[in-house]
Design a protein around this ligand. Structure first.
Ligand code: HEC
Length: 170
């Protein structure tokens, strides 16, 4: 299955945050579960969506039933500066370090009717190993924030994903 890697997100130091495609600027998007936690280092969020579902979104502005979106959380590689960056031959910046979690969302308008057609799952936000299974997470933990902010773009933060955002049919 071919998948698109949509995003790389950097959360600078404070709470989990985002930026996109190949280390863009950080922005502050705190996630409730993490907002009480102060991270010492940034984290990447890699978002994967199957190509056929990206293509469908680009045509219709909605993801097909059965779309699965996976968000992989990855720590930055051994920071040497207080902002979490380090120097490599390409320059000072952020590089992928250890895996640190997996979140997932699934579109099923019947099953998840109460949360605008999407179910939310997490396999842990911590180093490997992850949980092998996940029950649907409560609205307050996941769907609530997506409902409040991105209900109009099919519960997905397409504004942060150039591949979807810049060709948004709407
Ligand atoms: C406080 C707001 C908030 C909460 C709570 C939240 N998210 Fe998100 N979520 C975001 C933002 C902002 C993004 C955009 C990318 C990023 O910052 O990681 C996102 C992106 C995602 C994505 C990638 C696809 C998309 O929608 O853009 C998945 C999958 C996801 N979240 C799952 C979850 C799960 C599972 C939970 C609960 C464990 C959760 N989210 C809780 C704000 C939130």
């Amino acid at each position: 299955m071919q998948k698109y890697l949509l995003t790389i997100i950097v959360g600078l130091g404070l709470t989990a945050s985002g930026g996109y495609l190949l280390v863009a600027k950080p922005f502050s998007a705190a996630q409730t579960k993490q907002s009480s936690v102060v991270f010492n280092f940034p984290e990447y969020h890699h978002v994967y969506i199957e190509q056929k579902n990206v293509d469908a979104y680009l045509k219709t502005g909605e993801f097909p039933e059965g779309t699965v979106i996976v968000k992989e959380l990855v720590r930055v590689l051994n920071p040497t500066f207080p902002d979490g960056s380090r120097t490599e031959p390409s320059g000072r910046g952020y590089f992928n370090g250890a895996y640190n979690g997996i979140d997932m969302s699934i579109k099923d308008s019947t099953r998840f009717a109460k949360t605008n057609g999407w179910g939310f799952y997490t396999y842990g936000h911590h180093p490997l190993p992850y949980a092998k299974t996940s029950a649907e997470r409560p609205v307050a933990e996941c769907a609530g924030c997506h409902l409040a902010n991105v209900a109009k773009t099919d519960m997905t933060w397409i504004q942060f994903y150039p591949i979807l955002r810049d060709k948004d049919p709407k």
